[in-house]
Design a protein around this ligand. Sequence first.
Ligand SMILES: [Zn+2]
Length: 248
Amino acid sequence: MLDGIRRYRWWKGVLEVFFPSVCVVCEKKLIHDEVCICNSCLTSVWRTEHAILKDNGIDMVFVELIHKSNKNIRYQKGAAWGYYNRECGQTLRRIIECKYGSRPIPKVFEYLGRIAAQEYIDSDLFDDVDFLVPVPLHNRRLRERGFNQAEWICRGISEVLQIPIDTEHLVRVRNNAHQAQSQFNKRLENVEGLFLVRYPEEWKGKHILLVDDVITSGSTLFACMKETVPIRGCRVSVFALGWAHNGG
Ligand SMILES: [Zn+2]
């Protein structure tokens, strides 16, 4: 009998990870078609509307980084879905920070990827993108967390737009620990040589969309972009769920 109860609790725990029954933000019971987040919390995420704005805040971040670096990066466009800063990004922060919890929920990221893709479907953000490329986690971080949230965001986008996901070519060579605390210039140094592209000839002439959960200084995504410089004709765009535009 005791075994039966234990087994029931274990399965309940497993089900909660994949199909949570309460909202990850307000913990109210989910109803009808709600997935992971209740409709009222989902509505309260402050959208950036980046995908419909030309030269939006994300574009400015990367155009400036590229300009300063003097690298020949074929940057196309960038967007974040919602604000992640302290003033108006509290809901999205609480959703995304579930990745740090004792029982992180990958499905949340897939769901938000799907929502963002649906909301941006009429924009030109995803036009002629050949591959969705999630920013890879370091192996150790991946083992600790059990999933890469950026990859689950890509799954959601891919379900809506049928763009293939490429997790093979971009590789994280080392970990950049304590990134959040370091200063801007230090961050750029920190990410030097962080990634590499395997079999780069397969990205020749392709348009890749780099996907991450949050953009703060842009230094991690910029480090990925730099790896595309020697690949002839490879164009790059970026997408993140959240933008912490004042540094968090
Ligand atoms: Zn809620």
